[in-house]
Design a protein around this ligand. Sequence first.
Ligand SMILES: [Zn+2]
Length: 251
Amino acid sequence: MTNRYSRQILFPGIGKAGQKRLGNSSVVIIGCGGLGATIATSLVRAGVGRVRIIDRDIIRYHNLHRQVLYDEEDVGLRLPKAIAAERHLKRINSSVEVEGIATEVNHTSIEGLVSGANVILDGTDNFEIRLLMNDVSLKQNIPWIYGGAVASLGMTMTIIPHQTACFRCRFPSADPKAIFTSDTAGIIGPAPFVIGSLEAAEAMKILVGAEEVNRDLIFIDVWRGTFQRLRVNPRQDCPACQGRYEFLEKS
Ligand SMILES: [Zn+2]
């Protein structure tokens, strides 16, 4: 048990103090497909104390090529992703408190679901839920990490409330590109693996209090092998940054 994290503790960015902080931390992962499964396995293996996973979908055969937590038996049992993820993750690291919740995330449920978390991670492929995550992050002062993957492409950005630009500063309204999902444009596993890994690393940095948190929008294309960064500045007219949580408070 004492050796479990020895190689991670050797890494100067973590150390003994960082490992202790990870163990005392709590994260919420919204969506547990290709991105969420990569994030969850990384953070549970890293020893984050409490990991809550929210996803209402059932596992299907066409998920298995990219969703690393699941297997053929899960498909046969028609298990919800959240439930199968909890089972597998508890076998990977029994010292982590893993909680899978198979429920819908919407403007009435999200506040309770993320309450008390130190970081919220995006594992969805849903633009509306991201706008809700952004609102609840700013309202409850919880950092969140945006991530998306489709085809061979991926994007990620870290939002620290009231310090960095927020998601709405960059995407003020519905993104036309959001209509492309893995259901229409297809997807290869390495895209969510890379973005999910970057999201997990961002969460670890935030949880240990590291300086190196990413403040840019990162674009990758795993097919072309490209990696680009774009600086995102806060917008003066961003409603969310001014405390107007239009998606969370819609009736
Ligand atoms: Zn903003």
